[in-house]
Structure formats: structure tokens, C-alpha cells
Design a protein around this ligand. Structure first.
Ligand SMILES: [Zn+2]
Length: 347
């Protein structure tokens, strides 16, 4: 993705958060006229997330093997046909693959898996596990599990209990989502880093403390709001109160927020939901399928125009936004889509 694809107004980019310290690096899987998809790579640790599973050939097997969770907006082919490649690459790995999508998604994954002959899988196979959760905008209605050793037979398991609107909740971040109307339910997602905790190395020197895994424990304690007198164990014979670390070593800042919005009709309910989801995001990736002069076609197909996308980004008060998922009819006029979106964002 080139720098040209990112739009920001100087007046709205005031957070001053250095991207160097961000937890993840998001990038579009393909150029904006090809299949949509966002690869969210963690800066530390071998881990990645995917929003949508369209054409994934641009991602290397190494990148795909890092994917722990993939969130699928809906099952139109341009958002789901890459499932096969992901499965092909991950089939013999031990880390499970967790998928989430809209209603009926569990059966769609089941049908994909049933399309293949799996007779070589048995109790001696690497037990690759896939889960497919169906999100209704509030919670999971249903979760299906498929295990390689069981020939990927579909099995229902109980859904994780998460706060309303949440698809994944971990120590460092959460994924939240809404259901949009695209003639069919279409999910939009946001990655929200929780409180960011950075280590100030001068503070470590001042207190003569070593760098070590104990710092992760200290960061976790800050994130979960542990009291200042909690003792953080540095090694078996040394510990220090969290409050001292907060004073000299640990610096906190607002976490990173990335929103991803694809196929959606331009109606009030959708706009309100997108604005609420993307509110204050550092980056919003949003479809800008048509030029506004083709707004009628956009409405028929329940897609956003570039102007509508820019106006929504402005209402949501995002710092930057990236218009994408351009209709193929504008293949040689992508700049017109970008300009129209940018104008609506900055006016
Ligand atoms: Zn689409």
C-alpha cells in the first residue's frame, strides 16, 4: 500500500502517537480494486489476524501460518474464497484457526471442508482444529468446531462468554463488531488495543532493575488495574511494588484502534453503526466502491460511494482513513475515487 492511499487532514491527526510503538501493523492484502482483506501483523511475536478471506495469494505461507483468527464480513466470494488457501497452508499446523462470521457461517465452513477428501486424516494426524463462530452483532449464536483427527466432522461447542459486541477479548486487545445491512448481514470489525504500557529504560537504570520477562507481568498488572501495592516478582529473591514501577518505569498511553468496514448500504442504521464502531480510530479502512455520480447503482448493490465513505470517516472523527474495495469499473480512475473520498473527509 502506498502512502497515497492514506488520507488524513492535518487538523484531525493530533494524537501524536508514534507508530513505532504500535502493537500491530495493518496492511491491505490486495490493491484496492482486487479482493478486500486486511492483514494485521503483530510487531512482536509470531502472530497475525485477518479481516476477510478474499484472494490471499499475495500473502506468503509464512504470513498465513501466523494467522490465529480470521474474521469474515460475509460469504460473498470476494470475501471468503481465500478460505481454501488458508486451509491448505495451515492443515498441518498445531495452532488452532479461529474463524468468525455472520449467521450460518458454521455451515458454510462445514461445506467448504466437506468438499475435500480427508481419508488420510486419522488419530495419528496433527490435530489441526478450526472453529467457526456465528456473530449476531451482540454475541455468538453458535460455535462449530472441526478437528483434523475427527476428519473435520462438524461439532457444536459452547460459545465463549464475552462482553456485548465483542468477538475476541485478550489481555492486550479486543475485536469488536457490528452487523451491517448489505442485502445480507455483513460484519464490520474494529481492533482495539487496550491501554498501551511502554517501558522507560532510563527508569529501569535509575532503579537498577534488569530487563526480563517480569516486565510483561508488570504491564499486564497495569492493564488489569491491579492496586499500587501489588508486588511484582523480578526474580525469586526480589520483588517491587507496582506503584513504584508506575512512577519510574512504566508509561501508559491510549491504545491503537483500527476499523474495517466493507460492503454496506448507505442508510441511517448502517451509518450510525459504522460511526459508533469507528469512533476515534487511528485508521479506518472503508469501502468506497462507486463514484457518487453512480450513487444509484451503489444503492442498488448496497455499497457505499467514495463521498459517502469520506463523510462517514469524518463523522467518526478518525485520524486517517483508507478508501478501498473499488468497483472494477474504475480500474483506471482510482484517483477519482480517492479524491472524492478525501474531499468529503476534509470539507
Ligand atoms: Zn464485497
Amino acid at each position: 500500500m502506498g502512502a497515497d492511499d492514506v488520507h488524513e487532514c492535518a487538523s484531525t491527526n493530533t494524537h501524536g502517537v508514534s507508530s513505532m510503538t504500535w502493537l500491530v501493523q495493518p496492511s491491505l492484502v490486495n490493491e484496492p480494486s482486487s479482493d478486500p482483506g486486511l492483514f494485521i501483523d503483530f510487531r512482536f511475536g509470531r502472530r497475525a489476524l485477518l479481516f476477510d478471506l478474499g484472494d490471499l495469494t499475495a500473502l506468503s505461507p509464512r504470513q498465513l501460518l501466523r494467522v490465529s483468527h480470521a474474521f469474515v464480513s460475509h460469504a460473498h466470494m470476494d470475501h471468503f474464497s481465500g478460505f481454501d488457501r488458508l486451509l491448505r497452508v495451515c492443515l498441518h499446523r498445531t495452532m488452532p484457526l479461529h474463524l468468525a462470521g455472520p449467521t450460518a457461517f458454521g455451515d458454510r465452513v462445514d461445506h467448504k471442508l466437506k468438499a475435500y477428501t480427508m481419508n488420510l486424516l486419522d488419530e495419528h494426524s496433527c490435530d489441526f482444529v478450526i472453529t467457526a463462530a456465528e456473530f449476531n452483532g451482540d454475541r455468538f449464536d453458535r460455535v462449530c468446531e472441526f478437528r483434523a483427527r475427527d476428519g473435520f466432522r462438524q461439532r457444536e461447542v459452547s460459545p465463549a462468554r464475552l462482553p456485548p459486541g465483542t468477538l475476541l477479548d485478550e489481555d492486550e486487545f479486543r475485536i469488536v463488531g457490528v452487523v451491517l445491512d448489505h442485502g445480507t448481514p455483513c460484519l464490520a470489525f474494529a481492533f482495539e488495543e487496550k491501554l498501551r504500557v511502554n517501558v522507560w529504560s532510563e527508569g529501569l537504570k535509575l532503579l537498577r532493575l534488569p530487563v526480563g520477562p517480569w516486565l510483561s507481568d508488570a504491564k499486564r498488572a497495569v492493564r488489569r488495574g491491579a492496586p499500587d501495592d501489588s508486588e511484582i516478582v523480578i526474580r525469586h529473591d526480589q520483588s517491587i511494588p507496582l506503584g513504584v514501577l508506575k512512577q519510574h518505569v512504566l508509561r501508559t498511553a491510549r491504545g491503537q484502534k483500527i476499523a474495517y468496514v466493507v460492503d454496506a448500504a448507505y442508510n441511517e442504521k448502517n451509518i450510525d453503526r459504522i460511526v459508533a464502531l469507528a469512533r476515534g480510530a487511528d485508521q479506518l479502512f472503508i469501502e468506497a466502491a462507486f463514484l457518487d455520480m453512480d450513487a444509484e447503482v451503489a444503492a442498488q448493490r448496497r455499497h457505499l460511494t467514495a463521498r459517502q465513505a469520506g463523510a462517514i470517516a469524518k463523522r467518526a472523527g478518525v485520524s486517517r482513513f483508507v478508501p478501498f474495495h473499488f468497483s472494477a469499473r474504475y480500474r483506471d480512475q482510482e484517483d477519482r475515487l480517492r479524491c472524492e473520498a478525501e474531499q468529503a473527509f476534509c470539507e
